[in-house]
Design a protein around this ligand. Structure first.
Ligand code: DGJ
Length: 693
């Protein structure tokens, strides 16, 4: 990794693991002229880069400079394309006119480029950091004047994508109970906008977008792809704008919806990180680079596999009672579970979702021995103990709200807007943060809690869009303080399922709950999309009952286990109602999972081309010594076409043995001819484990 300055071309060349990125200063009417994002580049070629980026010259009709030629589109002059920065000075002027004012190395792989306005006392720092296979970019804006300045748009970066004949976007989109589906769409002239206005990342889309050279240009194994994520747990926005003559740039950052950032004299605003990852050879490589980035730079405890957990939600819902939980815990322990998590319903006035939030005391009628008493029993069974919380919300019928009605987001003179019967606590306030920390600190300390599932079941309401940045900073501050106070505490992020699994949150949470939808069949697409970008060790997957409580679909235990075993395995069923043969079968799956867990969670993950009715994933251990192949079919038809499952990520020269069948295969054979797992019936699945010889 390197950051180089090239004096003859007055350019910076940033080189990461498998990519290069370059821009020049003060050229073609822009302070930062974008030159290159793609494969690593020889510095000698900086002088060869197309000076006008392929744009037609001489037209007065285009924006000037063209957006795809600028590192940062800051509105002013003849810039009409989607921009990252738009200001409003006190006298009504809304134009910026930035110039380069120097650059500083802020670390071995970090650069801060200083821009200042030519006319007004406003400065912008454009920060770059090379982090392995990723480039992180963000902005800081400072008001050096003596009057307030309003930022009416404050994204973090413009990401120009090289000119190609066509473009196609890959998104991870959906909705509640259907999050993160991998979708592809051609990009035509105009804008594709992905966003959340909710104060959390939301269920409709992951804050992530990838672009390739049009349908067919990229496959799993070939073709260039450029991708951008917004590392922000608040309202975010990604805009891919394609000009009529085929130039693309992606604007990424915090959402500008209802967001006027007032910068008082002397104030500086730091905007969220955006992360760009280039992949030269297909989607498999793109996924590998994102996983590599998360494991090396984002996740806490990246080297540790996550425990097999049990979660009580779909078993007892709000009816959390000591004896029932202990009975569940014993059954869970017998299955091989390592962490027992008590979900919602354990605290006072929490018999449904109308009350209780804010008053974080154990309901002594349900838990006579308190949280600590229950935790003690779970610990005695040899498992870690976890608890559900929703610290950012409060029910109106609570002591906390009665004592502090001013702690919630609300417009003056109006009642707050309830969402799931709760109001939002303003984590921008120091007193709210102190309360949240001391409440959680006491809960963890006195309750001997090893793990918190931190949920949020509401969007941010009754506050302007700018509140999302303050709220996120407050949320991070509380989480960070809690982690410092309890270094052994593990955390799971959840927001009514997969509503908050962005990179900023994942940097503080060991696990994420991708969806409330635990139907194993529907879950396949959700997990596929989640793991497209995020490391599987964070992907919490529970085996629940059949028929599922949301889908009402009946699915065999084997399929349900195999689906959950392809992520971080958990169990969430009514174990008291599982017949003995199911319990015995389940214990077998858990034992099997522990043999392949490191491979699934910490290894390389490849999507396989399994044919129309099937899906398959191949997990290869980091050291290549073990391979776990999962294959799933909703139904197997006699007229179906069952191509062999050609594996990916194997060493063609090595031999691999299936210890269950005793058969051994060459890596080249498995790659070119593949396996032919025999599937039959409905919801058929197979797990094949291979050991390198
Ligand atoms: C929403 C979560 O996604 C569920 O798993 C569960 O924790 C409920 N909240 C509890 O209210």
């Amino acid at each position: 990794m390197a950051i180089e300055w090239d004096e003859p071309t007055r350019s910076f060349l940033l080189t990461g693991d498998g990519f290069g990125y370059a821009f020049a200063v003060e050229r073609d009417g822009t302070p930062l002229r974008h030159l290159h994002w793609g494969s690593p580049l020889d510095r000698a070629d900086l002088a060869r880069l197309d000076p006008d980026g392929g744009a037609r010259v001489g037209s007065n009709t285009w924006s000037r400079p063209r957006a795809h030629l600028e590192e940062l589109v800051a509105h002013g002059g003849a810039r009409f394309d989607e921009g990252a920065l738009l200001v409003e000075f006190a006298d009504g002027v809304t134009a910026l006119d930035l110039r380069y004012d120097g650059a500083e190395r802020t670390g071995a792989d970090a650069l801060a480029v200083q821009l200042v306005d030519r006319h007004r006392p406003l400065d912008v720092t454009v920060r770059y950091e090379v982090r392995g296979p990723a480039l992180c970019r963000r902005l800081e804006v400072g008001n050096r004047g003596d009057e307030p300045v309003v930022l009416t748009r404050a994204a973090s970066a413009s990401w120009p994508v090289p000119c190609r004949p066509r473009y196609q976007a890959t998104t991870l989109t959906g909705g509640y109970a259907a999050e993160s589906h991998v979708r592809r769409q051609p990009l035509g002239p105009g804008r594709l906008v992905l966003e959340s206005r909710r104060g959390i990342p939301g269920h409709a889309a992951q804050p992530w977008l990838a672009v390739d050279g049009g349908p067919g240009a990229a496959t799993e194994e070939s073709g260039e792809i450029w991708s951008v994520a917004v590392a922000h747990g608040g309202s975010w926005k990604l805009v891919a704008e394609l000009s009529g003559d085929g130039h693309l740039h992606v604007t990424a950052g915090a959402n500008d919806f209802d967001a006027r950032h007032v910068l008082d004299p002397g104030a500086r605003l730091t905007l969220p990180d955006t992360v760009g990852v280039y992949a030269p050879a297909g989607y498999a490589g793109l996924t590998a680079r994102w996983h590599d980035y998360e494991r090396r730079y984002v996740l806490p405890r990246p080297e540790q596999a996550r425990p097999v957990l049990y979660n009580s939600w779909e078993s007892t819902f709000f009816d959390v009672r000591h004896d029932d939980q202990v009975a569940l815990a014993k059954r869970a322990r017998d299955l091989g579970v390592e962490l027992f998590v008590v979900d919602d319903g354990w605290f006072t006035d929490r018999d449904d979702d109308h009350g209780g939030l804010g008053d974080w005391r154990a309901d002594r009628t349900k838990l006579p021995a308190g949280v600590g008493g229950l935790a003690g029993e779970v610990h005695a069974l040899g498992m870690r103990f976890g608890l559900w919380v929703e610290p950012e919300a409060v029910n109106p019928d609570s002591d906390l709200y009665r004592d502090h009605p001013d702690w919630v987001y609300r417009w003056p003179g109006r009642a707050p807007t309830p969402v799931r019967y709760s109001y939002g606590l303003d984590f921008g306030r120091a007193d709210v943060r102190d309360w949240a920390f001391s409440t959680l600190d006491g809960m963890v300390r006195e309750g001997h809690v090893d793990f918190l599932k931190w949920d949020l079941n509401r969007s941010l309401t009754d506050a302007p869009g700018t509140a999302a940045l303050r709220h996120e900073a407050g949320f991070h501050a509380v989480v960070d303080r809690l982690r410092r106070a309890h270094p052994d505490l593990w955390l799971e992020t959840c927001a009514s399922g997969g509503g908050r699994a962005d990179l900023a949150t994942l940097s503080r949470f060991e696990l994420a709950w991708p969806s409330d939808n635990t139907d194993a069949f529907e879950r396949l697409a959700i997990q596929d999309g989640y793991a497209f970008v995020h490391s599987p060790q964070t992907m919490s997957c529970w085996v629940t009952d059949s028929p599922g409580y949301l889908s009402k679909r009946a699915i065999p235990l084997r399929f349900r286990f195999h689906v959950a075993m392809s992520g971080a395995l958990g169990i969430g069923g009514r174990l008291g109602q599982w017949p003995a043969e199911h319990l015995a079968e389940a214990a077998g799956y858990v034992a099997r999972y522990k043999e392949i867990r490191d491979t699934v969670q910490l290894g390389r993950r490849y999507r396989l081309d399994a044919g129309a009715d099937r899906s398959a994933v191949c997990c290869v251990a980091a050291d290549g010594a073990q391979v776990a192949v999962f294959v799933f079919a909703q139904t197997v038809r006699q007229d179906g076409h069952d191509p062999p499952l050609r594996l990916r990520g194997l060493d063609p020269a090595a031999r691999y043995r299936d210890l269950d069948t005793g058969l051994d295969y060459g890596g080249a054979f498995l790659t070119h001819h593949g396996l032919r797992p025999l599937l039959s019936g409905d919801y058929a699945s197979e797990l094949v484990v291979l050991s390198r010889e």
